[in-house]
Design a protein around this ligand. Structure first.
Ligand SMILES: [Zn+2]
Length: 258
C-alpha cells in the first residue's frame, strides 16, 4: 500500500483482481478520499434501498485508476468479486475517516453491551493463492439434490459472488434473507452433478431451497474457506462475564466519522 497526492490517494492490491473479456488481469487500484460528492451518493434514497448499487456508485466515484485500464463506466466495478469490493470499501473508509471504528457487540452469554474500538488495519486479509480460483469452488454435498427421476446429485461447483449478483438479489434479500441467499447462490451455481445446464438455470433457487440444512451449511463453509478478502469475523471477549464469542464486524458506523 502506498500513499500519493499528499495522502488523498492510495494504491492497493486486490485480494482476487479483475479479469476483462480479453483475459487481461488487473490487481492494483488507486482510490481517493471521499468528498462531498460521495456524501451525496450516500444520502441518495435510491441507493439506500440497494446496498450493492450503493457500493458500486461509491467505488466507481472514488476510483482514480484501475491497473492500466482506460477510465471505465461503473460496469467494471459492478462485475468485480464482492470480496474485492468489500476490500476496497474498507480501504476507502480507512483513508477517509481513519482506521479506528467504534463497534458495539452484545454478549452471547449475558447480553451485556460491549463497546470495542476496532482497528480496521488489523483485520486479516486473505489473498487468492497461486493456482487458486475464485471461479471454481467445489463442494461434495452429503445429502445432495434429488431430481424428479430420483437421481441424487452431490458434486456442486460454484463461483464467488460479484457486485452484479448483490445488486440483482437485493430486493429478495430485503424481504427474506434466506430466500435472498438462495437467489444469490443460484446465480453463482455452475454445475450440480449431471443436472443439465438449462435445468439448473430454470430451477435455480428452487434447487437450493430443497437442499438439506446440512448441505447448505457445507456450501457456506466452502465459500467462507475459499473466500479471499477481508476476514470480518471478530472474536470478542466479554469483560463482564469473561465469555468469548464470534460475531461479524459491526459496520454501523462504517461510512461515517464517529
Ligand atoms: Zn458476557
Amino acid at each position: 500500500m502506498s500513499q500519493t497526492s499528499m495522502g488523498r490517494e492510495i494504491e492497493v492490491t486486490l485480494p482476487i483482481g479483475y479479469t476483462d473479456e480479453e483475459g487481461r488481469h488487473y490487481k492494483t487500484v488507486v482510490l481517493r478520499k471521499m468528498t462531498g460528492k460521495e456524501e451525496a451518493i450516500l444520502a441518495d434514497k435510491r441507493n439506500q434501498r440497494n446496498g450493492g448499487k450503493l457500493v458500486t456508485e461509491l467505488l466507481h466515484s472514488c476510483t482514480v485508476r484501475f491497473g492500466d485500464m482506460p477510465k471505465n463506466g461503473p460496469s467494471v466495478i459492478e462485475n468485480m468479486y464482492s470480496a474485492d469490493r468489500n476490500f476496497l470499501l474498507l480501504k476507502l473508509r480507512n483513508i477517509t475517516f481513519g482506521s479506528e471504528l467504534s463497534a458495539r457487540y452484545t454478549c452471547s452469554s449475558c447480553d451485556e453491551i460491549i463497546h470495542v474500538t476496532e482497528d480496521l488495519d488489523e483485520l486479516p486479509v486473505r489473498t487468492l493463492g497461486e493456482g487458486e480460483s475464485a471461479d471454481d469452488i467445489m463442494v461434495e454435498l452429503d445429502d445432495g439434490y434429488v431430481d424428479k427421476d430420483g437421481n441424487v446429485h452431490r458434486a456442486l461447483s460454484l463461483r464467488l459472488p460479484t457486485g452484479a449478483d448483490e445488486a440483482a438479489v437485493a430486493p429478495q434479500m430485503r424481504q427474506n434473507a434466506s430466500l435472498g441467499k438462495n437467489a444469490l447462490l443460484s446465480r453463482c451455481l455452475k454445475s450440480l452433478g449431471d443436472v443439465p445446464r438449462h435445468r439448473l438455470e430454470a430451477l435455480g433457487p428452487k434447487i437450493l431451497s430443497e437442499l438439506t440444512i446440512t448441505d447448505r451449511r457445507k456450501i457456506d463453509r466452502a465459500l467462507n474457506q475459499a473466500a479471499p478478502g477481508v476476514d470480518l469475523i471478530r472474536e470478542i471477549m466479554c469483560p463482564s462475564c469473561g465469555a468469548t464469542f464470534k460475531s461479524s464486524l459491526d459496520m454501523t458506523n462504517f461510512l461515517s466519522q464517529e
